[in-house]
Design a protein around this ligand. Structure first.
Ligand code: IMP
Ligand code: MG
Length: 172
């Protein structure tokens, strides 16, 4: 795992601080009512774990599994591998993503959640990769903007590895 050199782009400390800020925004934006936090697997699992522990209100957690990348390259096709296990009709939903790049995955997910009849639907993404697309307006809470590089760590993988790094980095 340490045979490749990695630049640290966002440190553990920066991640922790920013996630607490986002959690506070989420707390004040959602008010009362049921809140279901839906993590998009696998990439969001670490962000989601830290985020929900900083949101000081009752909520439930669910997961959805989507894939569009093979061997670090986007296939251009979004495939649902498994869906959430509870109905979200009339509930408040926070969708949690690791990174939004072209926005293709997110658009697919938003359509999917709307079809399920969610009431208030908001999106939190740890990272946002600026690509000259208009996908930024789809994301309500962005942790950090990252440059046009393939990023790894803190949930994000390269060919299945590096998710467990405690920071966000990129190969040198
Ligand atoms: P989009 O559909 O182009 O927005 O791509 C979003 C998905 O692709 C994310 O949920 C990630 O799973 C994956 N992805 C995009 N860029 C990266 C990256 O730099 N590192 C790791 N995964 C990425
Ligand atoms: Mg993903």
């Amino acid at each position: 795992m340490d045979d490749r050199q990695i630049d640290v782009l966002i440190s553990e400390e920066e991640l922790g601080k920013r996630i607490k800020e986002i959690a506070q925004e989420i707390e004040s934006d959602f008010g009362g009512g049921d809140l279901v936090v839906v993590g998009v697997l696998k990439g969001s699992f670490i962000f989601m774990a830290d985020l929900v522990r900083s949101i000081k209100r009752p909520l439930s957690c669910d997961f959805i599994r989507i894939s569009s990348y093979e061997n670090d390259v986007s296939t251009g096709m979004v495939r649902m591998e498994f869906d959430m296990t509870q109905p979200v009709k009339d509930k408040n939903v926070l969708l949690v993503e690791d990174i939004v790049d072209s926005g293709r995955t997110l658009r697919y997910l938003l359509e999917h959640m709307k079809n399920k009849g969610a009431n208030k639907l908001k999106v939190a993404s740890l990272l946002f990769k600026e690509m000259g697309t208009d996908s930024k307006k789809l994301v309500d809470y962005i942790g950090f903007e990252v440059p046009e590089r393939y990023v790894i760590g803190y949930g994000l993988d390269s060919e299945g590895v590096y998710r467990s790094l405690p920071y966000v980095g990129a190969f040198k």
